[in-house]
Ligand binder design. Structure first.
Ligand code: FAD
Ligand code: NAI
Length: 460
């Protein structure tokens, strides 16, 4: 088995293949393993989110808790160095796992010579042959045609994770996940942050209630939002970037800042892979097409993760890596694509699984909705994290949970209860009758389930 790309899709596939007794090689063009997620994605962004959240709390909430400190200052160089330390430790951990599982690691750019042969161009050039191959080459930031990344002032998330200074002002194009997460980091550190979004709400793929609540919370943090704005130009003059957009009334609006973060999505990455060499070609928007077994047009070449259709999330890529390995070993694995949770690591966090209320309406499915605000919860008042709510959508007749949406403290962890419940096709009543430890944030889930079942939450 040869796997091209060592992100969460590739490295997890490699481990599972090795566990199942396959002789496995992984090819990575960079000197560190772990792909986007570990090097310039999930892990470094969460490290900066956590550090900046500590700073924010030191400034804003410590006094309320009765902790008096002198005005805290940001040592941004140290914050970024710590983040890099976390990344180095985590990517080093993947190298350890490769060695432990006796997986051969090739450092270099992999490209197809033919459908069983891959050339690897690293310090030296070599060729390997494999019976089966997994393409796990991931994605890269999407560039707007009029806003080429100069990587200094007009930047993608990759540069935003390693700036040398806290911007005075940052324009973020795109109120999606990256825009809100990295916008939060810099707003907490003192930057003025303005977000320009094409659609009429933030995180538009999430339930409308989540968009509304997170916008409210982030406005309190200081972010300014400009929805329904179509960006037409981004230009740089010295240290100033000017973003030109047109608003709903078709009026031209200009924004100026010292940095502009473009976060309008990511695109599948297959450059240099020479798909044609294997008799393959990229399909819609550069993505590699696969069937429901994740096979490409060549049945022994599989593709997984960001380079194929579906949510561009690390845990989705991981599931697909395991799926391919187990399929090849003759097992019958299954992925429920409807139940891949999505999380935004702002504070409060947003996490969802299943259908949004908008989707249920569009699909004409009769549903009930139950919500519970964190401010009514003892645990939330104790920690001071009272923003947000849990919203559960269940089928009007059967009460089966169809959507599970949380904005609030530890939402990223709370959503796991929704996934488990929905995988077992639980009803809202099922959750409402299970004991939830007191005092916990999870009690909000039980209360929302009570509200969805027959509108009888206990604490509001
Ligand atoms: P990737 O992680 O992109 O890995 C692909 C690897 O293949 C790369 O290392 C690349 O160098 C290598 N490669 C490409 N072509 C070749 C070649 N020809 N030869 C050799 N090697 C090659 N997802 C979450 O679930 N949770 C999060 O909190 C989260 N946060 C994110 C934050 C940011 C800022 C970003 C940008 C993304 C975040 N994501 C998050 C998304 C997540 O990083 C991706 O969904 C995930 O990394 C996809 O995994 P993958 O294995 O498909 O590809
Ligand atoms: P995104 O798809 O989440 O958001 C992009 C936003 O930009 C959307 O709201 C879209 O309407 C808007 N947009 C698109 N074109 C525009 C334009 N021309 N002008 C103004 N707005 C425009 O993409 P994002 O934030 O770049 O993140 C990419 C992907 O990376 C995510 O979709 C997700 O899959 C992954 N990711 C996951 C994270 C997590 O799980 N916590 C964190 C960060 C990224």
């Amino acid at each position: 088995m040869a796997i091209i790309g060592s992100g969460p899709g590739g490295y997890v596939a490699a481990i599972r293949c090795a566990q199942l007794g396959m002789k496995t090689a992984i090819i990575e063009k960079y000197s560190t393993l772990g792909g986007t997620c570990l090097n310039v994605g999930c892990i470094p962004s969460k490290a900066l989110l956590d550090s900046s959240e500590h700073f924010h709390n030191a400034n804003k909430t410590f006094a309320d808790h009765g902790i008096e400190i002198d005005t805290p200052k940001v040592n941004f160089e140290q914050m970024v160095a710590r983040k890099q330390g976390v990344v180095d430790q985590t990517t080093g951990g993947i190298k350890f796992l490769m060695d432990k599982n006796k997986i051969t690691v090739f450092e270099g750019m992999g490209s197809f010579v033919d459908e069983h042969t891959i050339a690897i161009k690293g310090e030296k050039e070599e060729k390997i042959e494999a019976k089966n191959i997994i393409i796990a080459t991931g994605s890269k930031p999407t560039e707007l045609p009029f806003a080429k990344f100069d990587k200094e002032r007009i930047i993608s998330s990759t540069e935003a994770l390693k700036l040398k200074e806290v911007p005075k002002k940052m324009i973020v194009i795109g109120a999606g996940i990256i825009g809100l997460e990295l916008g939060s980091v810099y707003a907490r550190l003192g930057a003025e942050v303005e977000v320009v979004e094409y659609l009429d709400r933030a995180i538009p793929t999430f339930d409308g209630a989540m968009s509304k609540e997170i916008t409210k919370s982030l406005k309190k943090l200081g972010l300014k939002f400009h929805f329904s704005h179509k960006v037409s130009d981004v230009s740089r003059n010295g240290d100033t970037v000017t973003v030109t957009a047109s608003n709903k009334k078709d009026e031209e609006v200009k924004f100026e800042a010292d940095y502009c973060l473009v976060a309008v999505g990511r695109s599948a990455y297959t450059e240099g892979l020479n798909l044609e060499g294997a008799g393959l070609k990229a399909g819609d928007r550069g993505k590699i097409e696969v069937n429901d077994k994740l096979q490409t047009a060549k049945s022994h070449i599989y593709a997984i993760g960001d380079v194929i259709k579906g949510a561009m999330l690390a845990h989705k890529a991981e599931e697909e890596g395991v799926f391919v390995a187990e399929s090849l070993a003759g097992q019958k694995p299954h992925i429920n694509y409807d139940l891949i949770p999505g999380v935004v690591y702002t504070w409060p966090e947003v996490a969802s699984v299943g259908k949004t209320e908008e989707q249920l309406k569009e699909e004409g499915i009769a549903y009930k909705s139950g919500s519970f605000p964190f401010r009514a919860l003892g645990r939330a008042r104790a920690s001071g994290d009272i923003e947000g709510l849990v919203k559960i959508l269940s089928h009007k007749e059967s009460d089966e949970i169809l959507g599970f949406h949380v904005i609030g403290p530890r939402a990223a962890d709370l959503v796991a209860e929704g996934v488990v419940a929905m995988e077992y096709r639980a009803s809202a009543e099922d959750i409402s009758r299970m004991s939830h430890a007191h005092p916990t944030f999870a009690e909000a889930v039980k209360e929302a389930a009570l509200a969805a079942t027959d509108n009888r939450p206990l604490h509001v």
